[in-house]
Design a protein around this ligand. Structure first.
Ligand code: CP
Length: 309
């Protein structure tokens, strides 16, 4: 019997199993081979209609989902907050139900409110994929990040991964922690006290405030963006001071007596959390992450659609 994804939606990594994650990886391996062929398209999602609804800005996630859908031969409709009737006062449920009335099967949604995708999944009759909900989860980012570590280092299990920066406001951090822990990695978070949530150790992660100690400990450093748009108060004196203490630069990398893998989910604030020479160096797998996003998202949508059969 072929393996199936355990959930009808992808709302967060918290809800899925290690087997689900490994199934996504195995499926993504096949799709990655396909999208590197001259003929990149397969008919797997022919007759499936997907709505991409983005109430927050996005470059990578939105284009990656759209390309993944096109490679799978799905029909696509795109809606953004600025062009939707939400700006005229329509509720989220009404907006989505109106789209579903036009026979849409799957909704990929990014929304600024944590829990918006869970809410939607309880009120509308479609499969929901969370493309980032506020400061809560960004499950496909975590899947493509873990897939990229597996590709680079052979396995995720037993690897030491430090997530550096604005953990408090990051949906990428929470989804990565759930995903990496489920796969058996050791996870550390590093940053100023103000940007690390209290009690985060209860998720089974180490906390370190000294960047050099964290870099000496890890195999992989995932450098997060400072999310100024989500910061209601000042969490550190200045970007310059943040960069002096927590920015990854060549000088810091040269002081290590080993090589580490550098990741960043994007968009990058060059010169703040990471300097250009490091972001563009041979240690960096930032563009591999972007490439793997398409295959990973193809796998997620293929597996979810397979549940309907
Ligand atoms: N990593 C990520 O979510 O990037 P976008 O905001 O560009 O989608």
């Amino acid at each position: 019997m072929s393996k199936k994804f355990s959930q009808p939606h992808l709302l967060g990594i918290k809800d899925i199993t290690r087997d689900d994650i490994e199934l996504v990886f195995e499926t993504a391996d096949n799709f990655k081979a396909i999208i590197n062929r001259p003929i990149k398209k397969v008919p797997s999602l022919r007759d499936v209609t997907v709505a991409n609804i983005f109430f927050e800005n996005s470059t990578r996630t939105r284009i990656s989902f759209e390309l993944a859908q096109k490679r799978l031969s799905a029909d696509i409709v795109n809606l953004s907050a600025s062009s939707s009737s939400v700006s005229k006062g329509e509720t989220l449920i009404d907006t989505v139900n109106n789209i579903l009335a036009m026979k849409v099967d799957m909704v990929v949604m990014r929304h600024p409110a944590p829990g918006a995708c869970q809410f939607l999944s309880k009120h509308v009759d479609a499969q929901i994929i969370n493309a980032g909900d506020g400061t809560h989860e960004h499950p496909t980012q975590a899947l493509l990040d873990a897939y990229s570590i597996r590709e680079k280092l052979g396995d995720v299990k037993g690897k030491k991964i430090v997530i550096v920066g604005d953990i408090t406001h990051s949906r990428v951090a929470l989804s990565n922690i759930y995903c990496l822990k489920k796969l058996g990695a050791e996870v550390m978070v590093c940053g100023p006290t103000t940007l690390i949530p209290k009690h985060i150790e209860s998720l089974g992660v180490k906390v370190e405030h000294d960047l050099m100690k964290a870099l000496n400990w890890c195999d992989v450093a995932n450098m997060l963006r400072i999310q100024l748009e989500r910061q209601d108060i000042k969490y550190f004196p200045s970007l310059r001071e943040y960069s002096m203490l927590y920015g990854l630069n060549k000088e810091r990398l040269d002081k290590l007596n080993k090589e580490i893998v550098i990741m960043h989910p994007g968009p990058i604030n060059r010169g703040v959390e990471i300097t250009s020479d490091v972001a563009d160096s041979a240690h960096s797998i930032i563009l591999d992450q972007v490439e793997n996003g398409v295959a990973t998202r193809m796998a997620v949508m293929y597996l979810l659609a397979g549940q309907q059969g």
